[in-house]
Design a protein. Structure first.
Length: 289
């Protein structure tokens, strides 16, 4: 294909395709509050989750495109990691904190896989959290290694999933990741969150989520609430206006009115703790709020 006939960025965006840019990074393995380290081979994520807190990355990597419509590929990620590993002390690595390391573009670039191979060769432990079925591709390098494989679920309602997480894998595909990881002898986890106020956060919905976790024998369960992080509210508000306009004032109050938020979080914690206790899961469930 000649240069003149290659699709332009505008043409790809008009066709609904993400804008992909190749960038270079100075570091790839960074200290993190989630684990000893975090690693992100991409900036941006085409899962396009409405509530995604990683939108804050646009402060540091400005883009004209909305979050979910672009991905920056850190083309030198493997080389940079190899250099950093000469000095980095082995520890636990969270994959990934500001993107999904197994979003669709990873099938082409395989950067997350190659970085995982390096980390495991050097004695690091991995904590994987994804909304993608692509991670099953890498179970061959995880098996027999210190890796915990986890998935994020906001709801068991596929209709809600399509609205809030349009580019992510279907719910059942994520649960198949857990089953495959367990067959490979790996520890598993699930992040239920953020629970969606008035949509997936009542006692029945929480109970159904925990029932699935119990049925699957998941080792560790985290539950989180929706958060008013930078740049999140405009995307959430836009979705609510289009689909659940009656909930817009309640969401605004839960997110931005301190007394209302404190009351909501206490009630949510109580529902989570009650549901976990009823299912004898209290030792496996942690509320991250």
């Amino acid at each position: 294909m000649s240069i003149e006939s290659q699709p332009t960025e505008n043409a790809r965006q008009a066709a609904g395709e993400p804008i992909v840019r190749e960038v270079v990074c100075k570091t790839i393995l960074n200290h993190s509050g989630l684990s000893d380290y975090s690693l992100n081979c991409y900036t941006g994520c085409t899962h396009a989750c409405a509530y995604c807190y990683a939108r804050f990355m646009q402060r540091f990597h400005p883009h004209d495109e909305p979050w979910g419509a672009f991905v920056d590929v850190k083309v030198n990620a493997v080389e940079v990691l190899n250099r950093q590993l000469r000095r980095a002390k082995p520890g636990s690595v969270f994959l990934s904190s500001a993107c999904d390391g197994w979003q669709p573009i990873e099938a082409q670039w395989r950067l997350t896989r190659r970085c995982c191979e390096l980390l495991l060769e050097r004695g690091f432990r991995l904590h994987v959290l994804t909304k993608s079925g692509l991670v099953r591709r890498d179970l061959d390098i995880f098996a027999g290694r210190p890796v915990q494989v986890g998935v994020t679920l906001t709801t068991l309602d596929e209709r809600l999933r399509e609205l809030w997480e349009p580019g992510a894998a279907r719910i059942e595909e994520r649960l198949r990741v857990i089953e495959a990881a367990q067959r490979a002898g790996l520890a598993t986890s699930v992040m239920f969150g953020p629970l969606l106020p008035f949509l997936s956060d009542d006692a029945d919905a929480i109970g159904a989520l925990l029932d699935r976790a119990a049925d699957l024998g998941i080792d560790r369960i985290w539950v989180d609430a929706i958060n008013p992080r930078p740049r999140v509210w405009p995307a959430v508000a836009e979705l609510l206006r289009a689909t659940f306009p009656e909930l817009l004032p309640a969401y605004r109050k839960i997110l931005f009115d301190p007394p209302s938020r404190a009351r909501y979080l206490k009630e949510l914690r109580d529902r989570i703790e009650d549901a976990a206790r009823q299912r004898s899961l209290a030792d496996r469930v942690a509320a991250c709020m």
